[in-house]
Design a protein around this ligand. Structure first.
Ligand SMILES: [Zn+2]
Ligand SMILES: [Zn+2]
Length: 134
């Protein structure tokens, strides 16, 4: 039993590490099914919860929409497309300086921060140009 649980968790984690799309539990469920044909969506949720509590993955809460998951636990920020819900990492910017500036101007002792960007992704922008009706 323990072995089976560990194997499921390992497969879910490996699958999450393999992708950069920040999938939802439902999307992950579909991806691991070929390896774990009998796994239920609630088992996927349970495993994701354990992995999150162990600090191995990050849960990206999406308000009313289902949470998305990220196996990259290093500090980084995200862009989410409000049209197709695509999430991409935003890297290569010096947000640390912004952090310091906010700290200095407000006097708050800032321990952590997260920045999220939202808008229309490249693919959706192109699609919109192709079909002006949408
Ligand atoms: Zn999009
Ligand atoms: Zn990410």
């Amino acid at each position: 039993m323990l072995r089976r649980t560990t194997r499921q968790r390992t497969i879910i984690l490996e699958e999450l590490k393999r992708t950069r799309v920040h999938p939802s539990a439902e999307q992950l469920h579909a991806r691991v099914k070929h390896m774990l044909p009998s796994i239920s969506i609630s088992t996927v949720y349970r495993n994701l919860d354990v992995l999150r509590r162990e600090g191995l993955i990050v849960e990206l809460s999406q308000g009313k929409c289902s949470s998305r998951y990220d196996a990259d636990t290093s500090r980084h920020h995200h862009f989410i497309c409000t049209h197709c819900r695509m999430i991409e990492d935003i890297c290569g910017f010096d947000f640390g300086r912004l952090n310091e500036e906010v700290s200095r101007k407000t006097g708050f002792d800032i321990r952590t921060y997260s920045i999220s960007f939202s808008g229309i992704c490249d693919a959706c922008k192109k699609n919109k140009q192709q079909c002006p009706m949408t």
